[in-house]
Design a protein around this ligand. Structure first.
Ligand SMILES: [Zn+2]
Length: 158
């Protein structure tokens, strides 16, 4: 059993402060059983950092975790994701030097049990892949979506 040792802020070389002493990871879950691919977004509760914006379920990595383990744990805690029902396809790492955010792209053929599972989620919603950019997104997620969107598209055909 590992313990939680990743919570805390990092003063990043990019000039920003980021959450996660060992970096952070999030799950970009793509649902394939609908007419078009949808991705799971989480409305962050008002009291959280970036509260009131939409982002991926995720959070700080612990020192003993890899990105997949951290993203799966956070997605289960926050959005009830049954990690046994998802298939990891790709990891996109946004490396800032002394901090990084790892987005784990995964596929599911159902809702994977998605629901608001703890107080960090105001709501969770399956959003059409081409409508994600129309949501009020967390700034960090918005900045990476330009890179993530084509990767998700590519994951559907590879
Ligand atoms: Zn940074």
């Amino acid at each position: 059993m590992g313990h939680r040792d990743g919570d805390g802020w990092v003063a990043c070389r990019c000039g920003a402060a980021h959450w996660g002493l060992h970096g952070a990871a999030g799950l970009l879950l793509v649902r394939l059983d609908l007419d078009d691919p949808h991705v799971l977004l989480q409305l962050r509760a008002g009291w959280t950092h970036g509260g009131g914006t939409w982002a991926l379920p995720g959070g700080a990595m612990d020192s003993h975790e890899d990105p997949v383990a951290a993203a799966a744990r956070e997605a289960h805690e926050e959005a009830g994701i049954d990690v046994a029902s998802i298939v990891v396809r790709e990891i996109y790492s946004d490396d800032h030097g002394n901090w990084g955010y790892h987005t784990v792209i995964a596929h599911a053929h159902g809702d994977a049990g998605a629901h608001e599972a703890n107080g960090e989620s105001e709501a969770v919603r399956w959003v059409h892949l081409d409508e994600v950019h129309t949501y009020p997104l967390h700034p960090g997620f918005a900045a990476s979506w330009t890179a993530l969107h084509p990767l998700v598209r590519a994951s559907l055909t590879s």
